[in-house]
Design a protein around this ligand. Structure first.
Ligand SMILES: Cc1cc2nc3c(=O)[nH]c(=O)nc-3n(C[C@H](O)[C@H](O)[C@H](O)COP(=O)(O)O)c2cc1C
Length: 227
């Protein structure tokens, strides 16, 4: 069986700095366990360097696309959305390149609840049907930015992600067609700690830019009060 897999990393952050890049690396490692050589494509680098034609050729020759991205305002980041639209336009211009392939979505968000990624997964599902591919399932991750921190709870969640990536690999290798549920990975930090650490983070950022904690509550665009 052909195991031609393309892993797409869709964070707008500088390459190497994103949780999505980290997840793409882990996914590639999981596929390599069986000797496959998946190709990893960074959306940001591809668009910056204008390598889209080459990237689209590689995507069109894949049997599986694993699309990994962060949740931005409860959806896909603009550059990932644009990249997928450009790929659809490429396939429309090259109909001979269209082929049956399996599509998987891996979405990580900042909030602890992984289920808030569902709508973004559904957008990838619509994308798959628009390019004539078969959408399989999504992996939805809460507190994704914490997955590579050196904490025991984070390491446990990372192992959960490795197991999810193995499910993607097996699903694809077996050519499954039956419906499969999405996989949810909850944040490594308990909800309470998530908010405590988040608030400390905001205060630190305010200080870094010469502001005080109370400045975070400023409402500069509030309409003037009639006195
Ligand atoms: C502009 C922007 C919008 C975001 N919107 C959401 C959101 O709607 N929900 C959420 O849980 N996290 C949101 N986040 C947090 C990211 O999803 C989170 O930090 C993620 O781990 C970043 O992944 P990356 O490092 O791969 O870019 C947002 C972050 C940014 C910068």
């Amino acid at each position: 069986m052909n195991r031609n897999t393309v892993i797409i990393s869709g964070s707008p952050k500088a390459p190497g700095k994103a949780a999505s890049d980290f997840l793409a690396k882990i996914t590639a490692e999981v596929f390599q366990e069986d000797g496959s050589q998946p190709r990893v494509i960074s959306v940001r680098r591809t668009l910056d360097k204008k390598y889209t034609e080459q990237a689209f050729q590689e995507m069109a020759s894949a049997d599986a696309l694993v699309i990994i991205f962060p949740l931005y305002i409860f959806c896909l980041p603009g550059i990932t959305m644009r990249f997928l639209q450009m790929y659809k336009a490429y396939l429309d211009a090259h109909p001979e390149a269209k082929k049956d392939m399996s599509v998987y979505a891996v979405v990580n968000c900042g909030f602890p609840e992984p289920q808030i990624n569902l709508e973004a997964v559904q957008v990838v599902c619509r994308f798959a049907s628009a390019i004539g591919a078969g959408f399989r399932f999504g992996v939805m991750i809460g507190g994704g930015g914490m997955l590579n921190v050196p904490l025991r709870s984070a390491k446990k969640k990372l192992e959960e992600y490795r197991a999810a990536a193995r499910q993607i690999k097996t699903d694809f290798a077996e050519g499954n067609r039956n419906r499969k549920d999405h996989i949810l990975i909850h944040s490594p930090a308990a909800r309470k700690w998530y908010f405590i650490l988040g608030n400390i983070g905001w205060s630190m950022q305010a200080r870094k830019f010469g502001n005080k904690k109370r400045d975070l509550y400023a409402k500069p665009y509030q309409p003037a009060q009639n006195t």
